[in-house]
Design a protein around this ligand. Structure first.
Ligand SMILES: [Zn+2]
Length: 282
C-alpha cells in the first residue's frame, strides 16, 4: 500500500513537471514573455535611427550646398588674378571673339613674350593681363598721341574723362603695398592702368584700352560705337613715365575678356601669341 502511494506521488509530480514544461514552452513560442525583453530593437526604433542619419547628411538638392563649380556659373567679369582658369580655350570660344580687330590699324601682335598676356610683372608682384603695342615689337611705329580705335562694335562701359595722374610719391606707395602683399590688389592694378576706356561687345566680350593720353571727348558711358571708331589716343598714363610727367615709352595696353578670362589664359606664350594673331590679324 505504501509502495502504491509513493508511485502515485511520483506520477503526480512527473505530470506537474511535464505540464509546467508545456506551459513554459507554449509561452515562449507565442512570443509573450521573455522574448520581448531580450530581442533586438523593434523595427520602428531602427527607422528612427536611419532617419536621424539622413538628417545629418547634406542635402545635395539644396541651393546652399551646390558644388563649387555650379556656384561659379556667373564668374565676375574681371576676377582677381591667380584664380583657376575658368575653361580651356578652343575653337568655339575663339569664334566668339573672332569679330574683334586690332585697335591700331596695321599693328601686329607683339614679338616679345614680356608684352603678352600672362607675362610676369615682378615690380608689382602680378601678371600682365593684356597685350602691349610698342614701337619696335608690333611692326609699326607707335607715337605719343596716335589714335586708338574700337576693336569691335559695342557700348562704352567706362570712359575716364576725369582721370588724375598719380605723382611719383603716390605711385611708390601703391607699389610698396604690392610688395608687402605679394600680389597686385585690383584697386591698385586699376590705378596702374592709367586713363582707360572699357567697351562691352556681343557674347559678353569686353575690351579695355589702357595708358591712354586722351579719351574721345564726344563719348560717354552707354554710347554705341562701331568697330574702327576713334575712342582715344596713345599715352603712358599710369606708368612711371606718366607719373614723371614725360612722354617716353608710349604704348597701348589692350585687354580682351570673355567669361572672366583673357584669350589663352593658362597657355604658353607661343600659344597665346598664335591665338591673339588669329583673332586680330585676319
Ligand atoms: Zn601692358
Amino acid at each position: 500500500m505504501r509502495k502504491k502511494g509513493r508511485n502515485f506521488n511520483f506520477f503526480v509530480i512527473t505530470c506537474l513537471i511535464i505540464a509546467c514544461l508545456f506551459l513554459f514552452s507554449s509561452l515562449i513560442f507565442s512570443g509573450e514573455v521573455p522574448r520581448k525583453e531580450t530581442s533586438s530593437p523593434p523595427s520602428d526604433g531602427q527607422e528612427k535611427i536611419e532617419e536621424s542619419k539622413k538628417e545629418e547628411e547634406p542635402d545635395k538638392e539644396s541651393p546652399g550646398n551646390l558644388p563649387a563649380a555650379e556656384q561659379n556659373e556667373n564668374p565676375k567679369l574681371f576676377p582677381s588674378r591667380g584664380k583657376e582658369v575658368q575653361f580651356k580655350w578652343d575653337d568655339v570660344l575663339l569664334e566668339k571673339i573672332s569679330f574683334l580687330q586690332s585697335p591700331i590699324p596695321g599693328a601686329q601682335v607683339t614679338s616679345r613674350d614680356s608684352q603678352l598676356p600672362g607675362a610676369p610683372r615682378p615690380y608689382r608682384n602680378g601678371i600682365h593681363e593684356g597685350l602691349d603695342y610698342y614701337s619696335g615689337s608690333c611692326g609699326i611705329t607707335i607715337n605719343f598721341g596716335d589714335p586708338v580705335f574700337a576693336a569691335g562694335p559695342g557700348i562704352v562701359y567706362r570712359i575716364d574723362h576725369d582721370y588724375l595722374e598719380p605723382d611719383m610719391k603716390e605711385r611708390d606707395e601703391i607699389l610698396k603695398i604690392c610688395k608687402e602683399r605679394k600680389d597686385t590688389p585690383e584697386d591698385i592694378l586699376d590705378k596702374l592702368r592709367g586713363r582707360q576706356i572699357w567697351l562691352t561687345h556681343p557674347y559678353g566680350v569686353i575690351t579695355r584700352y589702357a595708358h591712354l593720353n586722351e579719351v574721345a571727348a564726344h563719348l560717354q558711358e552707354g554710347d554705341l560705337v562701331e568697330a574702327g571708331d576713334f575712342i582715344g589716343t596713345i599715352g603712358n598714363s599710369g606708368t612711371s613715365d606718366g607719373a614723371g610727367g614725360n612722354t617716353l615709352n608710349p604704348h597701348l595696353h589692350f585687354e580682351i575678356w570673355i567669361s572672366g578670362s583673357y584669350p589663352g589664359e593658362g597657355l604658353s606664350p607661343r600659344e597665346i601669341r598664335e591665338l591673339w594673331k588669329r583673332v586680330l590679324e585676319n
